[in-house]
Design a protein around this ligand. Structure first.
Ligand code: ATP
Ligand code: PH2
Length: 175
């Protein structure tokens, strides 16, 4: 069975664009994952731990035969390959790959929680997700992403950085 998943990408250390493109390539190269669509790339102010550089964030939609647990393992291997170290909670990182949604499933285990437990309060996740699919439902809440955006406490600090202009072509966004 082919499953539909949304994955968020984040980076705020080193050559941020290199890490995003490398992660996309590594995901695309996996034989059991196909990237169906990409959001634009957003530059975002850090949330949670504020004494750090701005992030680049984006969301992708993939089809995969992998279970959610196998998908998590693949993403964690890619994070590690690109030098991810876990030092400070919500602190700086070369690459962070989170599973936001997996079909319309609700999973609650020690290793994996889907929908991602903090996604509904994170403008840096909801804006790119909304760009890709305005009607997508968050299964635990049974509400569309558009309503969550309306209710966000803090929607500042998320700026379009590179607009998606083709299948995998990004153009610098001119203000
Ligand atoms: N939906 C999910 N996607 C990715 N990791 C998850 C998910 N649910 C639970 N986890 C677990 O969270 C652990 C910590 O992940 P990570 O270090 O990326 O957290 P973080 O990025 O610092 O913070 P946050 O989880 O708030 O984004 C992982 O080891 C993983 O087992
Ligand atoms: N703007 C922004 N802030 C964050 C991010 C992120 O990807 N973007 N990731 C975090 C830990 O997952 C903590 N804070």
């Amino acid at each position: 069975m082919v499953n539909s998943a949304y994955i968020s990408l984040g980076t705020n250390l080193g050559d941020r664009e290199y890490y995003l493109h490398s992660a996309l390539q590594a995901i695309q190269n996996h034989i059991e994952i196909t990237i169906e669509s990409y959001s634009s790339i957003y530059e975002t102010e850090p949330v949670g731990y504020e004494e750090q550089e701005h992030f680049l964030n984006m969301v992708i939609h993939v089809n995969t035969k992998l279970s959610p647990f196998d998908l998590l393992r693949v993403l964690q291997d890619i994070e590690l390959h690109f030098g991810r170290e876990r030092k400070i909670r919500w602190g700086p990182r070369t690459l962070d790959l989170d599973i936001l949604l997996y079909n319309q499933e609700n999973i609650e285990t020690e290793r994996l929680i889907i929908p991602h437990p903090r996604m509904t309060q994170r403008a840096f996740v909801l804006f790119p997700l909304y760009e890709m699919n305005k009607d997508i439902q968050i299964p635990t809440l049974k509400r569309p992403v558009s309503e969550l955006i309306d209710e966000l406490q803090d929607r500042e600090g998320v700026r379009l950085w590179k607009r998606r202009s083709g299948e995998d072509v990004f153009e610098l966004f001119e203000n």
